[in-house]
Design a protein around this ligand. Structure first.
Ligand code: FE
Ligand code: FE
Ligand code: ZN
Length: 275
């Protein structure tokens, strides 16, 4: 089982690897910079190489970098779209120091311009920032559909991907809280949701899973994460999710409201449920 949680990059890259292992994980997710945006730290190549070495020795799965929340490729504000372009360009250059891993972003909110315009702008950004020899897979995250978020329907994600020329660099990260809040019933009909994903996007695009319970009900469009088993999705549904033949070999990343000890408990719970 490949499992980890969201960690802070503040103490460096190798430190995250060690922290992940200490709490029972063999992967992790981190923000490329302050989640509210701003400048990323200077690259420390020896620290990154130490992480790569540590990951190799400890059989880690792929790690997942997460773009800042403020990144909105389909904003109606030109400066905000420029920020998305500059940030993603810089992040993807940096990711080349960690070849073969993944970078996840939220497709964005169209803020009244309409879903079609949103899709066009997101594909447009991807067409500008992806490059031929890159070694990172860029993941679009499935969203809860809060406000004017694009990407809460699998069909929208597929349209974005189809409009990108280098779309062999693209994949999807399925967030359990987000899809549940978007109205996909992963509690009572996981097979149906995955079939739906396959028809709309193709399961070959599914590269990662964010494991979060939800504070709210199916289809609420809220996006409030809850600890595993403490929300509307529940422990039994998570046992089915992590053991589903389509999902069980994907990397799982926890983004639940926890400190490190809470994450350690969730990782051990999920490992005990994994067959
Ligand atoms: Fe996210
Ligand atoms: Fe997520
Ligand atoms: Zn979320």
């Amino acid at each position: 089982m490949i499992i980890g949680c969201h960690l802070s990059v503040s103490k460096g890259f190798e430190a995250m690897g060690k922290q992940a292992a200490k709490i029972g994980g063999n992967t992790f997710q981190f923000f490329t910079r302050n989640p509210r945006g701003g400048k990323a730290k200077e690259i420390d190549k020896s620290d990154i190489d130490a992480l790569i070495d540590f990951m190799g020795k400890n059989n880690f799965g792929k790690i997942l970098a997460h773009a800042p929340y403020t990144l909105n490729p389909c904003s109606n504000n030109e400066r905000t779209r420029e920020f998305a372009f500059e940030t993603m360009t810089d992040d993807l250059e940096r990711m080349e120091y960690l070849p073969g891993n993944m970078y996840n972003f939220h497709p964005g909110s169209h803020v009244g311009q309409g879903v079609e315009k949103g899709i066009e702008l997101i594909s447009g950004l991807l067409n500008k920032v992806l490059f031929k020899d890159m070694k990172t897979t860029v993941l679009l995250e499935t969203m809860a559909g809060k406000g004017s978020e694009v990407g809460s329907r699998f069909e929208e994600i597929n349209k974005i991907i189809s409009n990108v020329s280098l779309n062999d660099k693209l994949g999807v990260c399925l967030d359990t809280c987000h899809v549940f809040d978007a109205g996909y019933d992963i509690v009572n009909n996981l097979d149906g949701v995955l079939e739906n994903f396959d028809k709309a996007i193709g399961l070959n695009r599914l590269k990662a899973v964010h494991l979060n319970d939800s504070m709210n009900y199916l289809g609420c469009h809220k996006d409030r994460h809850q600890k595993i088993g403490k929300g509307a999705i529940g422990t039994e549904a998570f046992a089915r999710i992590i053991n589903h033949p389509t999902l069980k070999n994907l990397p799982f990343y926890l983004e639940t409201p926890n400190e490190l000890d809470g994450y350690a408990e969730e990782i051990s719970l999920l490992k005990s449920l994994y067959k």
